[in-house]
Design a protein around this ligand. Structure first.
Ligand code: ADP
Length: 266
């Protein structure tokens, strides 16, 4: 059901078709926004309830059947710790999402060196890469790449993308960050820097690509959950890139690895 607000224009008694159409669209957008909020709350509740139910189940088992079995107790406590840290990651990502969303309209003013941001990001992720037997490489121009931005937020963008490339790219592989600068990049109609995060993993079926940055959207739900993913990483990336007036591109195909490109105006 639509609500239609008819307005008389210019006092001549004629209903403007434009006004009616605009009203239709307002109501439709409002309803879409409401539906998105309802879906989001339902998704968050579901994502929190799953580990919570597991925790409650294990507490009961520890109180009852496993009370006098030290080996079972240790195993269950380990699972409980994993479930608690899953909840902790989810709450952390929800808070990040909330923050980046509320800051999206505030233009970042800090002037930063992007190569420095990328180097510090890779240094933090090196232990994770080593434990997955993945090599990390950075190819960047010699000269520093300065741009207006929020260093912490951009670190978060590349942390999320490189973490995904390590996680999904498969062990024993390589992840490359390739930086290039263009005087006139068609994507932002001006000078820009492109950072590509390239992995040689199993890739993503193209049918998933348009929805990948939606909250809780996963191309492979089982694998994401197994690897401790919250399904919010790329949604956070998208908001931060928007705040920098940039673009995010994904190219991938099954068996062909994935390339995530962040284009930032200089
Ligand atoms: P998650 O916490 O599930 O990793 P993200 O928002 O970071 O959530 O990513 C969304 C989904 O995109 C992932 O669940 C995964 O299916 C897919 N994905 C992201 N990066 C890659 C990649 N490099 N290779 C394959 N699949 C990927």
């Amino acid at each position: 059901t639509f609500q239609v607000h008819c307005r008389y224009i210019d006092g001549v008694g004629a209903v403007s078709a434009g006004a009616v159409l605009a009203s239709f669209m307002d109501v439709t957008h409002l309803e879409q926004a409401r539906q998105m909020r309802r879906d989001f709350v339902a998704n968050v509740s579901h994502e929190l309830r799953t580990p919570l139910t597991a925790l409650m189940g294990f507490i009961e088992t520890l109180r009852g059947p496993a009370r006098d079995d030290p080996a079972a107790r240790d195993r269950f406590l380990q699972i409980m710790a994993d479930e608690a840290s899953r909840m902790n990651r989810l709450v952390g990502d929800l808070l990040s999402l909330n923050r980046v969303e509320s800051e999206e309209r505030v233009r970042p003013t800090e002037r930063l060196d992007l190569t420095e941001v990328l180097e510090s990001t890779l240094a933090t992720l090196r232990p994770l890469a080593e434990s997955a037997d993945v090599t990390l490489a950075l190819t960047a121009p010699e000269a520093p790449v300065h741009l207006p931005g929020d260093a912490d937020q951009l670190r978060q963008v590349f942390t999320n993308l490189v973490e995904n490339a390590i996680k999904y790219g498969g062990s024993g592989g390589s992840v490359e960050l390739r930086v290039s600068v263009a005087e006139r990049d068609p994507a932002v109609r001006g000078a820009a820097v492109r950072v590509q995060v390239i992995d040689k993993g199993p890739g993503i079926d193209p049918i998933h690509l348009p929805r990948l940055t939606e909250r809780f959207y996963r191309a492979d739900s089982h694998r994401s959950r197994q690897l401790g993913g919250t399904g919010l990483g790329l949604a956070i990336v998208k908001h931060i890139v928007n705040r920098h007036r940039g673009r995010l591109r994904v190219e991938s195909d099954l068996g062909k690895g994935a390339v995530f490109t962040v284009i930032l105006p200089l």
